[in-house]
Design a protein around this ligand. Structure first.
Ligand code: ADP
Ligand code: ASP
Ligand code: MG
Length: 404
């Protein structure tokens, strides 16, 4: 068997944990399996690198940020190879250059395009454990890129797909995927299994346990993922195509995204093309928008509000102000004191009244809803930050997701 095992920051945060991971990998290796290990930077090292950069320049060039980021993962993989050597096992660390993991050129938010598996295969044939840096890639200019925060999960899934691995295991600091972030919702329950689509929505809407692109890629290439803890032997959660109806809830999970901000464009002309011009201007700057609402026009103008992630807020405001005349609006306002609360579940499609139940629950908690967005399998509301965790817990319990 060829197994890809990915370990996140907490799992390699110190010497003891590095040896713990090394031993876990060696166990599979000694059973005769081929083992490829993907690692994140140790502990909160990536955050520390951001602090160091911002201390020098509050708006550091993105290319240089990626150059800096890559040392975090490189530190983990080399130390891991040393730990394995210390335990008497042949291992080799490789970075994105050495493997040749090609990405698009967008610094800080690159997408993997092609992974050369030749070097990894050669090292595996030589009976070595291969330890690869997560999160990083190389673009067409031979520069380092990174895949976005949490991107090591995506490196692991991409490697599993490229190597046709028999298993892809994501080890983290919780026992698996829960009905909600167990750090925010103490009554959250661990799921045995979840579908790609539901996991993709949860991940995109704020459940940081998996990088959303890793789920997208797993679905595309049919990589069966297991999310489990590096600190115990508990079984974890399987992410796959279909989950049996038995024991299925209408809602499989609740997610909170506290990183969302709301922008309102006030007094934009109420003519054909105004929404197109507005969102096209943002798209050209690579700014993703989520929930959008537009007011009914009055006296020839209307208001359009939407959410962006906090990292994009400043750039979005700047570009809107730059194009104010072309876009023809009165003023732009923003609010950072908001959070996106979502419920996700395939059962929604066949069960009317799910939205009403969520709104009733928020009403009972006296929580005001600022914006609403829905799809077939999710409902998202924008609420104020101060209400967010209370609302999350209430909604989680209202849908019967808590542990009995
Ligand atoms: P790693 O460094 O291993 O990649 P992350 O911090 O990226 O770990 O992801 C694990 C964290 O995700 C957990 O500690 C937990 O707080 C958070 N999380 C958010 N939503 C969920 C969820 N639905 N189930 C489990 N964990 C979740
Ligand atoms: N070290 C990177 C981060 O903190 C990548 C990852 O952990 O997946 O975002
Ligand atoms: Mg992560």
């Amino acid at each position: 068997m060829l197994i890809v095992k990915k370990f996140g920051g907490t799992s390699v945060a110190n010497k003891e944990r590095i040896f713990n991971v090394a031993k876990r990998c060696i166990r599979d290796y000694e059973k005769g399996h081929d083992v490829v290990v993907v690692l994140s930077a140790m502990g909160k090292y990536t955050d520390e690198l951001i602090d160091k950069a911002k201390d020098i320049n509050p708006n550091p060039p993105k290319r240089e940020m990626d150059m800096l980021f890559t040392i975090g993962e490189q530190m983990s993989v080399s130390l891991m190879a040393m730990a394995m050597a210390e335990l008497g096992v042949r291992a080799i660390s490789l970075n994105a250059f050495q493997v040749a993991m090609k990405t698009t050129s967008a610094y800080g938010n690159a997408r993997l395009k092609k992974i050369d598996t030749e070097r990894i295969r050669r090292e595996l044939e030589d009976r070595k454990i291969v330890i690869v840096t997560g999160f990083q890639g190389v673009n067409k200019y031979n520069d380092y890129t990174t895949l976005g925060r949490g991107g090591s999960d995506t490196t692991a899934v991409a490697l599993a797909a490229a190597l046709h691995a028999d298993a892809c295991e994501i080890y983290t600091d919780v026992d698996g995927v829960y009905t909600a972030d167990p750090r925010l919702v103490p009554t959250a329950r661990k799921l045995k299994a979840i579908t790609y689509d539901e996991m993709l929505d949860l991940a995109t809407l704020g459940a940081g346990v998996l990088h959303n692109r890793s789920v997208e890629m797993a679905k595309k290439y049919g990589v069966r993922l297991v999310v489990r803890s590096s600190l115990n032997e508990s079984e974890g959660t399987v992410v796959k195509e279909v989950v049996k109806k038995v024991e299925r809830m209408i809602i499989s999970g609740v997610a909170l995204d506290r990183n969302a901000d709301r922008i309102s464009v006030i007094g934009i002309q109420d003519v054909p093309g105004s929404a197109f011009k507005l969102f096209n201007t943002l798209a050209k700057k690579n700014i993703n928008v989520d929930i959008i609402i537009q007011s009914v026009g009055r006296e020839g103008t209307k208001d359009i509000s939407f959410t962006v992630s906090h990292e994009n807020l400043k750039e979005a405001i700047d570009v809107l102000e730059e194009y104010q005349e072309v876009l023809g609006f009165e003023r732009v306002e923003y609010n950072c004191d908001v959070a996106k609360l979502s419920i996700v579940g395939a059962g929604m499609m066949s069960n009317p009244g799910v939205a009403a139940k969520m709104f009733e629950c928020l009403y009972n908690q006296n929580v005001n809803i600022n914006m609403i967005a829905t799809s077939e399998i999710r409902i998202t509301v924008l609420v104020s930050t101060k209400d967010a965790v209370k609302a999350m817990n209430a909604v989680h319990d209202a849908f019967g997701l808590s542990e009995e």
